[in-house]
Design a protein around this ligand. Structure first.
Ligand SMILES: NC(=O)c1ccc[n+]([C@@H]2O[C@H](COP(=O)([O-])OP(=O)(O)OC[C@H]3O[C@@H](n4cnc5c(N)ncnc54)[C@H](O)[C@@H]3O)[C@@H](O)[C@H]2O)c1
Length: 251
C-alpha cells in the first residue's frame, strides 16, 4: 500500500474500533494520521500505539456533530501540508423499534451519523478541490445497502451516507477528488452502541447482528482484518465497497 506513504489522513472516530484500526493500518503504510475523536483518551491511545510502531500520528479532540470543530480539525491538518485522505468514520449505532424512538433519538442519530459525514465531506472537499486532489472515504454499513427491520434508524442514516457518497462520486471526479464508501459488515461492535429500551429490543439486536453476519462475515472480527484486507486496498483502487448494482450506477 505504497499509495499511503508520505500522505496525510484524517480519521474520525479514530479512538476506537474500526477507526483505530484504520489509523494504525494507514500509519503502518507510511501515512501521517490525525486520529480525531470526541473521546480524546481513546484518540491518544491510538496515537500512542502508532508511536510505538514508529509511525506518525496526532490525537485530536473533535465532536463531528459540530461543523466548527470539524472545520478546525481539517484546517489544523492542512496547516501542515496537503490533506490526502479524509475518513469520515465516527458514528453511533442504535437498534430498536421505530415506535420507541423519540425525536431526540432521531436528532442525535442524524447529527452523529449523517450531519457529521456531511461536515467532514464538505470541509475536506473544499480543501481537496483547491489542492486538485484528495480522497474522501465515508464509512457506511450493510445497513446502508439494504433495509433491516428493527433498525429503521441505522438503516436510514447509513442509506444517507451511502447515497451521499455515491452521488458525489461522479461530481467530485471532475474536480480531481475521489469519493468512496466503505460498507462494513460484522465488525466487533464497540462502545458506541445504544440499545433503545423497549419491547422486543433484545430480539432486535440478535436479529440485526445475525442478519449482518449471515450476509458477509463468517464471524465477528476486530476490524483489523477488514481494514487491511478490504477497506484500504479498495480505497487505493478507488472502488466503492457497495453492492455491484450500486457500483454500476456510480462508476
Ligand atoms: N461495528 C460494526 O459491526 C460496524 C458495521 C458496519 C459499520 N460500522 C460503522 O463503522 C464506524 C465505526 O464503528 P465502530 O464499530 O468502530 O464503533 P466504535 O464505537 O468502536 O467507534 C466509534 C468511535 O466514534 C467516536 N464517536 C462517536 N460519536 C462521535 C462524535 N460525535 N464525534 C467524534 N467522535 C465520535 C467514538 O468515541 C468511538 O471512538 C461507524 O460509522 C459504524 O456505523 C460498524
Amino acid at each position: 500500500m505504497e499509495e499511503y506513504a508520505g500522505k496525510t489522513a484524517i480519521v474520525t472516530g479514530g479512538g476506537s474500533g474500526l477507526g483505530r484500526e484504520l489509523c494504525i493500518e494507514l500509519a503502518r503504510a507510511g501515512a501521517k494520521v490525525y486520529a480525531a475523536d470526541i473521546n480524546l483518551e481513546g484518540a491518544e491511545k491510538t496515537a500512542g500505539k502508532i508511536a510505538d510502531l514508529g509511525g506518525r500520528a496526532q490525537a485530536v479532540k473533535a465532536d463531528v456533530r459540530d461543523p466548527d470543530e470539524v472545520g478546525k480539525l481539517v484546517d489544523g491538518a492542512v496547516a501542515e501540508g496537503p490533506l490526502d485522505f479524509m475518513f469520515n468514520n465516527a458514528g453511533i449505532i442504535m437498534f430498536g423499534e421505530f415506535r420507541d424512538m423519540s425525536y431526540d433519538d432521531w436528532r442525535h442519530f442524524m447529527e452523529s451519523d449523517v450531519m457529521s459525514v456531511i461536515y467532514g465531506t464538505k470541509c475536506a472537499y473544499e480543501v481537496m478541490i483547491r489542492q486538485g486532489h484528495g480522497h474522501i472515504v465515508n464509512t457506511s454499513s450493510i445497513f446502508g445497502a439494504f433495509p433491516f427491520a428493527l433498525a429503521t434508524g441505522y438503516t436510514a442514516v447509513k442509506h444517507a451516507v451511502t447515497g451521499l457518497s455515491l452521488a458525489l462520486r461522479p461530481e467530485a471526479a471532475g474536480l480531481g477528488v475521489k469519493v468512496s464508501v466503505a460498507v462494513a459488515v460484522g465488525v466487533r461492535v464497540g462502545v458506541g452502541v445504544k440499545v433503545l429500551l423497549g419491547a422486543g429490543v433484545n430480539v432486535g439486536v440478535r436479529v440485526a447482528v445475525g442478519v449482518a453476519v449471515g450476509n458477509g462475515a463468517s464471524s465477528m472480527n476486530n476490524g483489523s482484518g477488514l481494514t487491511r484486507k478490504r477497506i484500504l486496498p479498495l480505497t487505493t483502487r478507488s472502488r466503492s465497497l457497495a453492492p455491484p448494482s450500486t457500483m454500476t450506477s456510480a462508476s
